[in-house]
Design a protein around this ligand. Structure first.
Ligand code: TRP
Length: 336
């Protein structure tokens, strides 16, 4: 069965290993199946909903995110990579969808709710921020996406999009819009813990290893990684659960036997943290070197990257325009 997939990222920072494990790696797989048609959106408009006073940050990171995409192997010949703000049909769809969604429904969205708290928006909530789930419904439906690969925090967005589709199709007696399904990451993937072991890897917690990090930066971060705080002497038995070094080895080391052996030794006692960190460092360096090198090559040719984004945006606009036309037809507002 063929699938249409829509995913995106807010360009508020460079992408890190958490993005890689949670989605980028999976996108590359999705892209290689010829039955799939994938749209990848740099969600600059959404990023502006809580960065209105700092457009420079979004502008700068737009290119960084595009470089990260190309570096991990997303291929503009196989996937359509585009910029949200360049597709005027998206906000136009949003306007029509907004009439179908109540304020209280938006205020109940658990992701929006916790983001409002996090950002201290309780007293000064930008309207654009409150309604971004509706704009996300426009992103998804504009391309008639059947599948949206997202992590847990985006589930409420997908639910909201599904409601918009059902309501729209029912009210205007049409099947113009397609109800999207959630596509979960493969087993053992998904949310990656940060190097400090305290929460998921994120820019705000400053616990990330970035796809663009230099070999030195990677090594420093690995050597500072959270392990087992009770493993004080090399000969002490150590804990593997919650030990970030082993969590990462499980994910990034293909030599599963070696990881099993190291775990056993560590649990018995006699294996030091420095040793396992040095080993993890080797594994991560090998993983990240080709990504970083490809990234550096593309970074030397920003003109190519911009042109790729422009062409992707032109294609995305053609598709979105077709959907918008159907939407306006269904609503009976194509007057001329
Ligand atoms: N909200 C997503 C994020 O924070 C970005 C995004 C915008 C998105 N529109 C989307 C993701 C549509 C999937 C589908 O990363």
């Amino acid at each position: 069965m063929s699938k249409v997939i829509l995913t995106g990222d807010r360009p508020t920072g460079k992408l890190h290993l958490g993005h890689y494990v949670g989605s980028l790696e999976n996108r590359v797989k999705i892209q290689e199946d010829p039955n799939n048609e994938m749209y990848i959106m740099v969600a600059d408009q959404q990023a502006l909903t809580d960065n209105a006073d700092n457009p420079k940050k979004i502008q700068d990171n737009l290119l960084e995110v595009a470089l990260d995409y190309l570096a991990v192997g997303l291929d503009p010949n196989k996937s359509t990579i585009f910029i949200q703000s360049q597709i005027p049909q998206l906000p136009e769809l949003t306007v029509y969808y907004l009439n179908l969604v109540t304020v209280s429904r938006l205020e109940r969205n658990p992701t929006v709710k916790s983001e409002i708290k996090e950002k201290g928006f309780e007293k000064s909530l930008p309207t654009g921020f409150l309604v971004y789930p509706v704009s996300q419904a426009a992103d998804i439906t504009a391309f008639k996406a059947t599948h949206v690969p997202v992590g847990d925090d985006q589930k409420p967005m997908l639910e909201q999009a599904r409601e918009v589709v059902r309501d729209f199709n029912r009210i205007y007696d049409t099947d113009a819009l397609v109800e999207p399904e959630l596509m979960l990451p493969p087993k053992g993937r998904g949310r990656l813990v940060g190097t400090d072991g305290r929460g998921k890897m994120s820019k705000s917690l400053n616990n990330g290893i970035y796809l663009s990090d230099s070999p030195d930066e990677i090594e420093k971060k690995v050597m500072k990684m959270y392990t087992d705080p009770d493993h004080i002497h090399v000969e002490d038995p150590g804990k593997v659960e919650g030990n970030v070094v082993f969590t990462y080895l499980d994910i990034f080391d293909e030599d599963k036997e070696k990881v099993a052996e190291l775990k056993e030794q560590y649990q018995k006692g006699g294996l030091g943290d420095v040793k396992i960190k040095r080993y993890l460092n080797e594994v991560l360096q090998a993983k990240l070197a080709p990504i970083r090198e490809r990234r550096e090559e593309y970074a030397q040719d920003p003109g190519y990257v911009l042109d790729m984004l422009k062409q992707g945006s032109e294609k995305a606009e053609r598709v979105a325009a077709q959907t918008l036309d159907e939407v306006k037809d269904a609503m009976g507002i194509n007057y001329f």
